[in-house]
Structures are given as C-alpha cells and as structure tokens.
Design a protein around this ligand. Structure first.
Ligand code: FES
Ligand code: FE
Length: 436
C-alpha cells in the first residue's frame, strides 16, 4: 500500500506528500478509489465527524406526524432523535432524545401521539414544544437552577422541502434549498408525479448488512449492474409477458453538492402512471386515468417524464429516492466501516385508492423489499465486494465508466459526483495514511 512519503532534502524541513484515496484524472479520463476508503476505521471515524456532522440529513416525512402531538422516534446518523408536531405551534420539532436531567431517552416508542413526554427515570416531563413542565420535588433545587433553560435540546437546524424533513447538527450549514441544489427539481418531479401531495405508506423496511455504506450509495444509482445482478427479475418479467425489447436506456446527471440522478426508460410498469401486465388488466383503466390527469396538469412532456422515466436519485450523503416500479425512500447509516443499517419507506399519493396502493406496495416489496427480487441480490453483491477488500491484496476500485462520453445511466458519473464531494468534505482524512 502506498502511504505518506517523506521527502527530505539536505538542510530542509521534511515535507509530507500525501496520496489521495480518490484519484480523478481528467487527462487519462480515469477515476479510481482506494479500497481503504471502505475498510479503514479511521476513515469511518472521520466520516462521522466531517460528513455526517456537517450535512443535511433526512429525518422523516411530515405526513408521518400529520396531527399535533404526533411523533416518530428514530436515530439519525447514529444519534437518538425524535420528531414531534407541536401541540401549540403545529411546528415540526426535532429534539435530541435525551432527558436534560441525567440523560434517559424521553421518547420510548417508535411512533404515537402524546401531549407530554415524561421521562421514566425520575419523571421530569416535557411538552411537545420541548419545554420542561414537570419536576417532582422541585423545591429540593436551589434558586440558581433555571428550569426554563432545561428544555429538550433541539437539533441545531431543521428545515423541510415539500414535506421531506431534514436536520443538521451544524448550526452554520447553508439553508436546505441551497444544499439541495439541482436535486430539488427531481424531488419536485417525484412529488408532482404522485399528484403533488404525498405521504409515506405506513410501515418500514429495516435491514442491515455487512458492507461499507458507500457501496450502497453506488449501488442505489448504478444502472450498470441491473441486467447482470438482477437477471432473475428480468426473467420473471418476461415470464409474465413484459416486453424487454426497449432495454434500460438513459443518462446520468450530476446535480451539484454530491447529489446525482440516473434517469432512464425501463420495461417495468410504474404505479404513476404506466401499466404493465404485473398490475393486472383491472388496473389499466385507473392507471390510464392517472396518466391523463398528469398530462392535463403538467403538459404532455412533463407528464411523460413523470410517468415513463425512472429516477434513482441520491441526495448526498445518505438519502436515496428510487422512483422506479414503486417510489422508495431509503436512508442508511454505518455503525461500523463494514456495516450499514438501512431504513426504507414507500412514498405514495396522499389519497390513493386502495387497489392502487395495494399494487404499489406489492410492487415495492416484489423488487425492493428486503426479501424481494432486487435487495437480496444487491446485498449479496455488496457483501461480496466488502469481502473482496479483505487483506488489501487489490488496492483500487475503478469508477471511470463513461468519462469519455456524455454519461449514460449505466455509466458511473453519478458515483463520481458523490466521491468528489466526499473527498472535499473529508479533506486530509481522504489521503492515504491521512485519516486520524
Ligand atoms: Fe430523566 Fe432523571 S434522567 S428525569
Ligand atoms: Fe440493484
């Protein structure tokens, strides 16, 4: 392995020359990533400090807490948080889930509705705006203790974009629309394609596997692997009468700030709004009606983009929206360099009729569910990569595909966008031997 090199010339101070883990060679049109980026505990530690502590991270969707007092509890970047709609304000409040007394988690259920969060340890209680309301034996405290300052601690920044709630632990981060850059336009396409008003269907997929989280980033926006890795699914589609002749065609687009998308046509159907045999004859009329409605509202060209074109959208660093044969919202976090925890939801039009919702959920689970046609194949591939890195016998991954042409959906420009941003944020921790 190549590491720091000391260049010593007589009479000069030693200079350290570092080799980067990401080598973006525009002259040779090659791009490679050193595999220690996927295995090093130092890199992992630096990612937590330099990336996850300084990005906008997806927390949840406003529809999950539609009414005052509704809450969801979830870890974000490994930190325990909960999100609650304030009873008085109606605002989305996101708090660190830790009692200001001595630390116990005050929100102990994954979801529900509450007027007050009472800590089970010594029974301090907080309202939905985070104010400390109840302290047993308050008289035992001296006057010096200011209870008004002991409310729940808010996450430093919280903003939402069209119902998608993000938080950041960095008080000085740019506002969310600036951060999202050109990814906003694609979020708009997804949401408007669902009729403009969306919700997360109840229920979540949660699973973990033994690979580095950045392999899942790559895989989530990788058109190149579809045909080979998911061969079984394509054979299944043929067996039920789907015409595969058109293949998978499209382009990759860098959206700035590490975000990227692949957009492509593909043989499968889409609940919004492209029928396929898998949905059954009886669904044809309703899906045609949805399509006509999109044309009416957005014009033929945009409606075509919404209905026919698939999108795998990465919002840096760890949110993926796969608008394909269903609309999956997926976020993930690495508790270790070789481990990733994934949570996924299904996005749907708010007032979707039951039969279509059923078809959407079937479609979601058939391909992207933890036991579906795709996810086990992908997990197998990513764990296999991680195992292949063991021992460091082969040092570099190649991510050059498509550098010499306008990037296609089955090229790797979308991954390069991610890696360039990763390298910028990591600074000297993305140098070989540089991570501390
Ligand atoms: Fe919550 Fe003591 S830790 S009341
Ligand atoms: Fe896949």
């Amino acid at each position: 392995m190549s590491i720091d090199t000391d260049i010593r010339q007589p009479g000069t101070n030693p200079q350290r020359v570092r080799d980067p883990m990401v080598v973006d060679d525009q002259n040779q049109q090659t791009f490679r990533v050193h595999r220690s980026a996927m295995t090093s505990p130092d890199v992992h530690r630096a990612e937590i400090e330099r990336i996850f502590a300084h990005s906008w991270l997806y927390v949840g969707h406003e529809s999950e807490i539609a009414n005052p007092g509704d809450f969801v509890r979830r870890p974000v970047a490994g930190r325990p948080l909960f999100m609650v709609r304030g009873l008085k304000s109606g605002n989305i409040n996101v708090f660190h889930n830790s009692c200001t007394h001595r630390g116990a988690m005050v929100c102990r259920q994954d979801r529900g509705t509450a007027k007050v969060f009472s800590c089970f340890y010594h029974a301090w209680s907080f309202d939905t705006e985070g104010n400390l309301k109840g302290v047993p034996d308050r008289d035992a405290y001296a006057n010096g203790l200011d209870f008004s300052k002991l409310g729940l601690k808010r996450v430093e920044r919280v903003e939402s974009y069209r119902g998608f709630v993000f938080a950041s632990f960095d008080a000085d981060i740019v506002d969310l629309p600036t951060y999202l850059a050109d990814a906003k336009e694609y979020l708009d396409l997804v949401i408007d394609g669902c009729g403009g008003s969306v919700e997360l269907a109840k229920g979540t997929n949660e699973y973990s596997f033994s690979a580095n989280w950045k392999l899942l980033v790559e895989n989530s926006i990788d058109g190149y692997h579809a045909q080979s890795t998911h061969d079984t699914y394509f054979k299944y589609l043929v067996s039920i009468g789907t015409d595969l002749n058109g293949g998978v065609n499209g382009k990759a687009v860098s959206l700035g700030n590490g975000h990227a998308v692949i957009e492509y046509s593909a043989p499968w159907g889409r609940p919004v709004a492209k029928w396929e045999p898998l949905f059954g004859e009886e669904a044809r009329e309703e899906i045609d009606r949805l399509r006509a409605d999109l044309v009416h509202r957005y014009g033929a060209e945009r409606a075509h983009k919404m209905a026919e074109v698939n999108r795998n959208l990465l919002i840096y660093p760890n949110l993926v929206i796969n608008d394909i044969m269903a609309v999956t919202v997926r976020t993930f976090f690495p508790p270790a360099p070789d481990r990733v925890d994934v949570t996924a939801w299904q996005l749907a039009p708010r007032d979707e009729i039951d039969s279509l919702r059923q078809r959407r959920l079937d479609s979601f689970l058939t391909f992207l569910g933890p036991g579906g046609f795709a996810t086990p194949d992908d997990v197998e591939a990513l764990e296999s990569c991680q195992q292949g890195y063991a021992g460091g016998g082969v040092e570099w991954n190649d991510i050059s595909r498509g550098m010499a042409r306008g990037p296609m959906a089955n090229d790797e420009e979308q991954m390069r966008e991610f890696w360039r941003r990763w390298q910028t944020q990591m600074g000297d921790a993305a140098d070989l031997g540089g991570a501390r």
